[in-house]
Design a protein around this ligand. Sequence first.
Ligand code: ISL
Ligand code: CA
Length: 526
Amino acid sequence: MPWWQKVCAYQIYPRSFMDSNGDGIGDIPGIISRLDYLADLGIGMIWLSPVYRSPMRDNGYDIADYRDIAPEFGTLADMDRLIAEAQARRIGIVMDLVVNHTSDRHRWFEAARSSRDAPTRDYYIWRDPAPGGGPPSGIQSFFGGPAWTHCPETDQYYFHLFTPEQPDLNWRNPRLRAEIHDMMRWWVARGIAGFRMDVIDLIGKDVDRALIAEGPHLWTYLDEMHREVLAGTDLVTIGESWHASLETGPRYVAPKGLLSMIFQFNHIVAGWGEGRNKWAPAPFDPRVLKQALFAWQALFDEEGWNAIFLGNHDLPRMVSAFGDGSPAAAKALAAVLLTLRGTPFIYQGDEIGTPNAGFGSAAQYRDVETLNMLADAPDAKSGLAAAEVGSRDNARTPMRWSDKGGFSQAPPWIGFSAATASVESQEADSGSVLSFYKRLLALRNGTEALQTGRFEALLDDHPTVLAFRRIGGGQTVSIAVNLAGTSAELPVAVLSGGSLLLNTHEDINPQCLLPYQAVIIACHDC
Ligand code: ISL
Ligand code: CA
């Protein structure tokens, strides 16, 4: 089994994790100062959201130099120290590979925009204005507005799926691809453990035919990247694909595909309901979440591997989206996250049950996507309501390390989420969300069935309970989790015939789970 199938991963959003120098912005020395906390939690891999040099139009997902660190986050020497210090604790650092686009301040783009003859002109996607003027086509960007921006210097439009400050790279250019491979090898040589590949499903696009996601060239580019950089290494690769489906999923993931696993969003989007509108999602229905999760469990049961997550820096907090924001709901969701088959990704702050930001005022939002939405909203009240449920800033609030905050000496760049007990106080409380995470991680890290065992669904039809077995290493483990604030009846068979491994509550009634109760048993006779 590869190392990345056994470990639990943790995502760090550097801007909001830990500030070491009192400027209100989290940084790499801050992360280093908290590595012992992460080691103690029991994680074996960190996915680090981007720390490269960047104008921070999209908080680092707009990279100006792939081989340098943003000054507000530290230096390359800090980064090397982070890699080494993490390694010393048996934690691998996974870098965010953002190569669908660069910043418009990348030197490739600065040269490209200035002249049609620039050597890097073709690293980007340029088209003439439509006959009669205006953008070459009607393709829209994900953050609102046209995906084409006009450059007066050369009277052509360039293509960007995100903000105009994030021009898309032209992957059809072999020299560009070679530059990317070279950059990847440069990071590998620094000792990183792998890459999380930002919107990797978009790199094979054909803009002239309006084929964007999972475009015609995607699989050849992944194939080439594998040959050039990844083959023969034990690097972990996690592709982000909002468009992967049950049909296309296996094409990404080994053994049929070339990545270790993907972040796919079927379980997230299913919860948004009919309108697929993240700003106005349907009320949470545990059955919808279960069906999507279990379908992917079944897909990669024999071959292939899942990345398991319920939240990240682009999504509302898991305890708010899939629960009622309470510590009880946070524990129940943790039990799901850490027992499914796949590598679990804990998003920073979820281990202390951080809920949505709950800012209550539009002025506190910072994210470019939210600001665009607010500007277009029919009125201020509905705009704010949308932000409160759907904004990416919900997940970008600072870590609450101590009761006084503990994130920074200065006012943080973005406000805290309301109502979370701090790391410090939760460490002192054996009944806290954090203490439950530690027990759960210890259990998973010491139980082969939970790491690499087969998945078998139980109770497909139950309206609020997720129940399943994991089978491996000569052991069967049963898990039952009630994702509702009301009790749930249970067929006796699910939780009998075994010995208790973990329980969120004091008691067990094999015929009934309490609100948000999660129970894990080792089967002898089940
Ligand atoms: O967050 C989204 C839905 O609200 C998506 O549109 C999001 O932008 C998409 O998931 C891609 O995300 C990744 O690439 C973006 C960056 O802004 C995100 O933070 C990143 O995770 C562009 O690099
Ligand atoms: Ca700082």
